[in-house]
Design a protein around this ligand. Structure first.
Ligand code: BES
Ligand code: ZN
Length: 619
């Protein structure tokens, strides 16, 4: 039997689940969800069915019609990447009911105690399932090759509310007996009375469009919202100042959606709401359908908030409609989305800003070549991920090399033809999960002769950056890069040269500075422009990274503070890496370990794992 995905136990000969019905009882006192999941298959199946799980206690597996037990076994050893294999033995059954509990260290879930929230009165919990963490919330075929519709009943204390990447159906008191049909009776404790405890409320959701499991998402807490457009509300912890700032930052969202529709076809998901998470959210944004999740660090009153929203919005077409079949083809999600994001940014913010983003990406892509110089597999677009943890090899390559590839094709055939091609590609493969070959076949069929003009194999299977990749040309980009090069000669930009710089200009400048410069020069730059204290984390982190690589200890206090106040991995990774990589950095290594020890509990489990893998590599 062949697996369909190197990161999943799903077997190619087994039917793929089409519908899941979940009831989730949130116990904040133990950071546990007690749950039942009804999985439906398209046809009756006899024999084994393999499911992915991680950190789950499986209590029972039942036939939902008869409530007769179904035999199951949970592998005794846990694969560090895939988790535990749950095998259930079916006999001509097309549905099964799983009764289970999550554990406090389920990797998708971050539980925040009241003191860890802004208002400090109520707890908060949220998911991050991409790439392979949905299995730590419920047993499933956790591969994007599978697409499911789902329903969820979320049972929480009435002071809290829930949001999901799904349609909200109802908020109402628990109903006695409603869990029976989905297995409530069969818990080994009195689940029924737990479900109906005084002071609980049930939020009901439905996702009627088939989505890959990594797009399953919820958040529960003391939430508030503001309306910012005809199909957009912004949600966040109920703090008026946070909600107001978010509403202002994202006021232009409807315009982004309209531009997206013009370029890629109708927006298919009805709502496009935004959820601003606590600072520990491990990503900049996550494209959960109908409800994008965002880090609060994007709220800073400049163009970059809209850029992240444009990116997550673009996933509505590339990623959520057309999905990579498994993580080896992740560039199909992120490369297309980065291309689409920049097309939207170009219309809304102008060519200069889009060019600046391309330039920042180009710099990032070149740095990744350095990072992977001993492991060139991960400089490819299509990668072999057998035995590889997607979180450990997450990089800008699928984003920026993917972008470069599509940009190359656009240059070859011209924008109008490429736009038409993109629309057709989306219309053809929507609600499907595809691989690189499927894309290339479609490209060759629809753009005859393209393989003679662009080396498609080199782009998708080759290592490094192909010679026909392109550094952006624009006045502002060229100016910033040459100012950065002059830093070597001791030149710090003059006030009038940087007068209209926003965060992204500084980011590009700092990232293009030579890696080893005199500590005194770093201090001089900061004395003039106060970069270490910037409210913009992109700028602050780029500066602190430079300071660490120049052993400029004056800034270690600020490094520690930063590592303790945000959990976005885009900032944690370079700072921890700069501290621990290289020889003769004992003081930095001790600092990194101490800070991680103190900050660990505030990080999302995925971020904890990523920092630990950086330590494992360098310490
Ligand atoms: N889908 C990604 C986030 C992700 C990738 C989560 C892989 C888990 C595994 C999201 O769309 C993304 O790319 N976010 C970026 C935003 C940026 C490119 C504008 C981020 O978080 O930095
Ligand atoms: Zn993305």
């Amino acid at each position: 039997m062949a697996p369909v995905d190197p990161h999943s136990y799903t077997e190619s000969t087994h039917p793929l689940t089409t519908n899941i019905s979940l009831s989730l009882y949130f116990d904040f006192s133990t950071s546990t969800i007690h749950a039942a999941a009804l999985l439906s298959l398209p046809t009756p199946h006899s024999g084994d069915l393999s499911l992915d799980t991680r950190s789950l206690t499986i209590r029972q597996v039942l036939d939902p019609q008869t409530l007769a037990p179904i035999q199951f076994s949970l592998s005794s050893d846990t694969d560090p990447i895939k988790g535990c294999l749950l095998t259930v033995s079916l006999s001509d059954q097309s549905s099964l009911l799983l009764v289970f509990s999550t554990s406090p260290d389920s990797s998708a879930l971050q539980w925040l105690s009241p003191p860890q929230t802004f208002n400090k009165t109520h707890p908060f919990v949220y998911t991050q399932c991409q790439s392979i963490h949905a299995r730590s919330v419920f047993p499933c075929q956790d591969t994007p090759a599978a697409r499911v519709c789902y329903k969820a009943l979320i049972n929480i204390p009435h002071q809290l509310s829930a949001v999901m990447a799904a349609q909200h159906v109802d908020r109402r008191p628990p109903i006695a007996g409603e869990t029976k049909m989905i297995g409530g009776e069969s818990f080994d404790f009195d689940y029924e009375s737990l479900w109906c405890t005084e002071g609980r409320i049930v939020e009901e959701f439905e996702m009627n469009q088939p989505v890959p499991p990594y797009l399953f998402a919820f958040a529960v807490g003391e939430l508030g919202s503001r309306e910012v457009g005809p199909r957009t509300k912004v949600y966040a912890e109920s703090v008026p100042a946070v909600l107001d700032a978010a509403a202002q930052e994202f006021a232009g969202t409807e315009e982004l959606i309209r531009q997206g529709e013009r370029l890629f076809g109708e927006y298919d998901w009805e709502r496009f709401d935004l959820l601003v998470l606590p600072p520990s959210f491990p990503y900049g944004g996550m494209e959960n359908p109908r409800m994008v999740f965002l880090t609060p660090t994007v709220i800073k009153g400049d163009a970059s908030g809209a850029q992240v929203v444009a990116h997550e919005l673009a996933h509505s077409w590339t990623g959520n409609l057309i999905t990579n079949k498994n993580n080896e083809h992740f560039w199909l999600n992120e490369g297309f989305t980065t291309y689409a994001e920049r097309r939207i940014v170009e219309v809304v913010q102008g060519e200069d800003r889009a060019g600046l983003n391309i330039g920042i990406g180009w710099r990032g892509l070149n740095e990744e070549m350095e990072r992977f110089k001993d492991n060139m597999e991960f400089t490819k677009l299509k990668t072999n991920q057998e035995g590889v943890d997607p979180d450990a090899v997450y990089s800008e390559v699928p984003y920026e090399k993917g972008f470069q590839f599509l940009w190359r094709i656009e240059r070859q055939i011209g924008r109008p033809a490429f736009d038409e091609f993109l629309k057709k590609y989306i219309a053809t493969f929507k609600f499907k999960s595809i691989d690189t070959e499927t894309f290339l076949d479609f490209l060759k069929t629809n753009v005859p002769g393209i393989e003679k003009q662009v080396d498609l194999e080199l782009w998708t299977e080759g290592i490094g950056i192909p010679p026909d990749a392109y550094e952006p040309v624009s006045n502002i980009y060229t100016k910033i890069v040459s100012l950065a090069n002059e830093f070597k000669l001791g030149k710090i930009p003059r006030e009038e040269e940087v007068a209209d710089w926003q965060g992204q200009e500084w980011e590009l400048y700092l990232e293009n500075l030579p890696k080893s410069v005199e500590a005194s020069q770093v201090v001089a730059l900061d004395a003039r422009y106060r970069l270490a204290e910037s409210k913009d984390y992109e700028v602050k982190v780029a500066f602190l990274q430079l300071a660490i690589s120049c052993n400029c200890r004056d800034y270690y206090g600020e490094v520690e503070k930063t590592l303790k106040e945000v959990g976005r991995m885009k900032y944690l990774r370079p700072l921890y890496r700069a501290l621990v990589q290289g020889t003769g950095k004992d003081e930095e290594k001790i600092l990194a370990k101490r800070v991680f020890g103190e900050a660990r509990d505030c990080y999302h489990p995925i971020a904890r794992g990523v920092v630990e893998s950086i330590f494992a590599k360098h310490l």
